[in-house]
Structures are given as C-alpha cells and as structure tokens.
Design a binder for this molecule. Structure first.
Ligand code: SAH
Length: 202
C-alpha cells in the first residue's frame, strides 16, 4: 500500500508514510470487509459512512504539515483510522463523530492499538472543541457546503492549517485554509456530507 498507492502517487512526507505503515487498517473496517482493507478505495463502516481511501488519508495528513509537538482536531472520526494516523504525526488529537456508535467503536479500536493520545468525542463537530483550542491542524473528513464552518477556522492556532473537502458550483475539492487567510483548492474528492446538527445540543 505504502509503495504503490502512496509513494508512487506523490506522498513524500516520511512521517506520514511511516504512520500509514504502522496503523493496522484491517482493525478499523468491519470483519466482512477485512480482506479488502488495503485496497485502493473507500470501504463502508456502518451508519451509511465510509473509511477513506488510504491515499486520501495520507494526503490530508501531509497537507496539515504537523510537527511532533502539535495538536490536531479531526471532524468525522468514522472508523478512527485517520485519527490513528494523525496521532502518530503529532502530540495529541481530538476527534469528533456525530454517530455515537461509530465514536464508541473508534474509541475501542484506538485503545486496542495503544493510541493513548487521541480523545474521541461524540457530537456535532462543526462547532469544534473550543475547550481544547487552538489547534495547529484541523482535518475535516466530511464535505462542507461552500466553506468550512467559521467556528472551526477560529480554532486554528497562528500558523495553523485546516483541510476540508468543500462543495461549490465548481464541484467538490479538497481545500486547504491557513490561519489568518489564504485558501488553496486542491484535488477533486468525494466525501459524505458534513451534517450540521440544528438542535443546538451535542
Ligand atoms: N476519517 C474517517 C472517515 C470519515 S467519513 C475514517 O478515517 O474512517 C465522515 C464521517 O463524518 C462520518 O462518520 C460522519 O458521520 C461524520 N460526520 C458528518 N458530519 C459530522 C459532524 N457535523 N460532526 C461530526 N461528525 C460528522
């Protein structure tokens, strides 16, 4: 996977490649999908959600430009796989998932593989984690409409980076935002939508 799907397709950040090598992806997919765990695509994980293709996880992690002492926030824990990869590239990770069953499962698998620097929360991640902000990197793994939630941009540390798939008239693109302004639309992608819960509670 690392050689064929990642290195050959332009992922060169050695820390990210090592993290991708270390995390047992098969533990994050349902048992009946395990033999397909390392294939070059997304897989279903329950609740109508998916675990992203390995290349996307690696690309999004590399785009955050994390340093070992940094803190990261992920919105859309899903299986917990991307959170595990992130947790090997920085000091600590907070990850938020709106489906409590997925959050519970991700928490269990992360504990099982000994990732003790990840906090999994259940709730609407579009409000971020103000009690733990600011973050050096924020990865949104569900598609926002037009722009990422303002509350997330506000939780970036100076010099911080937010990566989010964004849908506009021009289609759906992974987009990188920098604290204080600056946005770069990057590759075309397909994610599930970021659902902003309207009830006001987590
Ligand atoms: N990063 C995941 C893949 C995420 S799929 C992995 O590595 O497996 C996108 C996830 O975002 C889904 O699980 C979906 O339930 C979640 N999601 C969508 N909107 C959300 C929101 N507002 N807050 C938290 N999670 C959300």
């Amino acid at each position: 996977m690392v050689e064929q799907q990642l290195r050959r397709r332009g992922i060169s950040d050695e820390r990210v490649l090592r993290a991708m090598e270390q995390v047992p992806r098969e533990l994050f997919v349902p048992e009946d999908e395990r033999r397909r765990a390392y294939r070059d695509g997304a897989l279903r994980i329950g609740e109508g959600q998916t675990i992203s293709q390995p290349w996307i996880v690696a690309a999004m992690t590399a785009l955050l430009e994390l340093e070992p002492g940094d803190r990261a926030l992920e919105i859309g824990t899903g299986s917990g796989y991307a959170a595990a990869v992130l947790s090997l590239c920085c000091r600590e990770v907070v990850t938020i998932e709106r489906h409590p069953s997925l959050a519970d499962h991700a928490r269990e698998v992360l504990a099982q593989i000994g990732r003790d620097n990840v906090e999994v929360r259940a709730g609407d991640g579009s409000r971020g984690a103000p009690d733990r902000a600011p973050f050096d990197g924020i990865s949104v793994t569900a598609t926002a409409h037009e722009r990422p939630p303002q509350l997330l941009l506000e939780q970036l540390a100076p010099g911080g980076v937010l990566v989010c798939p964004v849908r506009t008239n021009a289609g759906e693109r992974l987009t990188r935002y920098r604290a204080g302004g600056g946005m770069e639309p990057l590759v075309e992608v397909r994610f599930v939508p970021l659902v902003e819960d309207a009830d006001g509670g987590d």
